[in-house]
Design a protein around this ligand. Structure first.
Ligand code: ADP
Length: 498
């Protein structure tokens, strides 16, 4: 229940009602009756409670998802009808866009204007895009030769079948959008799901689940268990009744997911951390490259796995770009997400605040220069000033590790070969940026970068049609696009002797 803050206008009804989990089409408390607190990160105050589900609740949800997968209205539904339900989910998200944006803003801290312009329409678009795939998932036929069976004839083809019951564990940085990225392909392929939102931001997933029932999703196809990662999340990742785990979050937890899933060799897709290089060449259009580089790191308060947190600037424009990005950082208006003037909200939690300020203190101890920012702002909430660091390099924690906050380290470079090597000097490989007006230079650099996404003269562009995921320790598999459909299907080869 909302206690300390006024419920935002569109979201009032949802925020005032008690929160329950969705299991087999019913709204339920956790079996043990435990709850967890939901904070408004701008105020540092508890605004709601949700059930703290654990292993017993996960058992019930997995059993419901299994029933729905094996023998139900859903398992017998035509692909066309499935697609229509998924399309309606997209429509309902758009219909309730203001409400969802407010819920996201209160829960996560992000500006409501950003949630309304980016998170919510992207989530709707993902469902609309995936709705079309429901009727377009098919195998192939093969003219096989079989050298050891001369003269024999065969009819050989493949079927694409849904992988089964999927456990989906999503993070707090884009709570609604990350749920959409995972749910869309699972439903398009005919899987059933147990979704666990992050304990910091469980609200929009619960509202989305209401909308999905309204769209006509049969009972048990989507189950939502709210709870902590170490309990509910771990139980889901290791559950013998789950065929696949799809996870987005930190690389550290991604490794735990892989270990948990290894027991029975579940299918696993993981989208993990990053320390993405963003390279500004001297020939770039600096009028777009400077705000572009600032947005690459400061969008969503730096709480983006793809954030351009290592800013490589060609030597002869280093001072100019460093000053430009710092100037941009100083002008960003910090405030509560629900305030329409806010450009950057607080970090999501006190743990995140301590983590980010801990990095900043480590940088200071190691002699890294703070050009601007570098500290917590205000006495309430979890605000950190947009920060630009100079002089960090390998061996400095701020350079080597993912901070997941509004902190960029700038590094000078003098030629393409040098920056290509430096850009890849990381355990991660999620994204990279290039700013140049020289297309030859860009095209030569793109294949050298070990990253799942390369943006040129732009950054943070995501689309339902464009696969997203990581090289190296940034993950396994891809989200979105046609590629994700393969992550939710098994291929069955059929060979018929004629
Ligand atoms: P962050 O470190 O950025 O908070 P996490 O990777 O810890 O991100 O969290 C992402 C998601 O993973 C959340 O839903 C969280 O509850 C879940 N999670 C955390 N620890 C585990 C775990 N041991 N097993 C399964 N899920 C977990």
């Amino acid at each position: 229940m909302v206690t300390t803050v006024e419920a935002a206008s569109h979201a009032a009804r949802f925020l005032e009602q008690p929160k329950r989990m969705l299991v087999d089409g019913a709204w339920v408390d956790s079996r043990h009756g435990r709850t967890l607190e939901v904070y408004d990160p701008a105020l540092g105050e508890v605004i709601d409670h949700v059930p703290a589900g654990d292993a017993e609740d996960v058992d019930l949800a997995v059993a419901a998802a299994r029933r729905a997968f094996e023998d139900s209205e859903w398992s017998r539904m035509t692909a066309s009808d499935r697609g229509r339900i998924i399309w309606r989910v997209g429509d309902l998200i758009l219909k309730h866009a203001d409400e969802l944006a407010e819920i996201e803003s209160m829960d996560n801290g992000k500006p409501v204007s950003v949630a309304r312009a980016a998170d919510v329409p992207l989530a709707a678009d993902l469902f609309h895009y995936m709705a079309g795939f429901a009727t377009k998932i098919h195998g192939q036929t093969f003219p096989i030769s079989v050298p050891y069976a001369p003269g024999a004839q065969f009819h050989a083809y493949t079927l694409k079948e849904p992988v089964g019951v999927v456990g989906q564990i999503v993070p707090w940085n884009f709570p609604l959008l990350m749920a959409a990225w995972k749910l869309g392909p699972a439903l398009a392929t005919g899987c059933t799901v147990v979704l666990k939102p992050a304990e910091q931001t469980p609200l929009s997933a619960l509202r989305l689940a209401e909308l999905m029932l309204e769209a006509g999703l049969p009972n048990g196809v989507l189950n939502v268990i709210t709870g902590f990662g170490e309990t509910a999340g771990a139980a889901l990742a290791g559950h013998p009744g789950v065929d696949k785990v799809a996870f987005t979050g930190s690389t550290e937890v991604g490794k735990l997911i892989v270990k948990a899933a290894a027991n029975d060799l579940k299918r696993v897709t993981i989208e993990l951390g990053g320390k993405s290089p963003n390279v500004v060449f001297a020939d770039a259009d600096l009028e777009t490259a400077i705000p572009g580089a600032a947005n690459a790191i400061f969008f969503n308060h730096g709480q983006c796995c793809a954030a351009g947190s290592r800013l490589y600037i060609e030597q002869n424009v280093y001072d100019e770009v460093l000053a430009g990005v710092s100037d941009y950082a100083e002008k960003i208006k910090l405030g509560r997400g629900l305030d329409p003037d806010t450009e950057m909200g607080p970090l999501v939690s006190v743990e995140q605040l301590e983590r980010v300020t801990g990095f900043l203190e480590a940088g200071e101890r190691e002699g890294v220069r703070t050009v601007t920012g570098g500290k917590q702002v205000g006495e309430h909430g979890y605000f950190v000033a947009p920060t630009v660091l100079d002089g960090a390099g390998p061996g400095n924690r701020v350079f080597d590790e993912e901070i997941f906050g509004p902190v960029v380290t700038a590094i000078p470079f003098s030629d393409t070969a040098e920056v290509a090597a430096a850009a890849n000097e990381t355990i991660y490989g999620l994204a990279a940026g290039i700013w140049t007006t020289d297309l030859t230079k860009a095209h030569r650099l793109i294949p050298q970068l070990k990253a799942g996404t390369v943006w040129v003269n732009t950054y943070n562009i995501f689309d339902a049609a464009l696969p997203f995921g990581g090289y190296k320790q940034s993950g396994w598999g891809r989200e979105m696009g046609e590629e994700v459909i393969h992550e939710y299907t098994e291929t069955k080869s059929v060979c018929i002797g004629l």
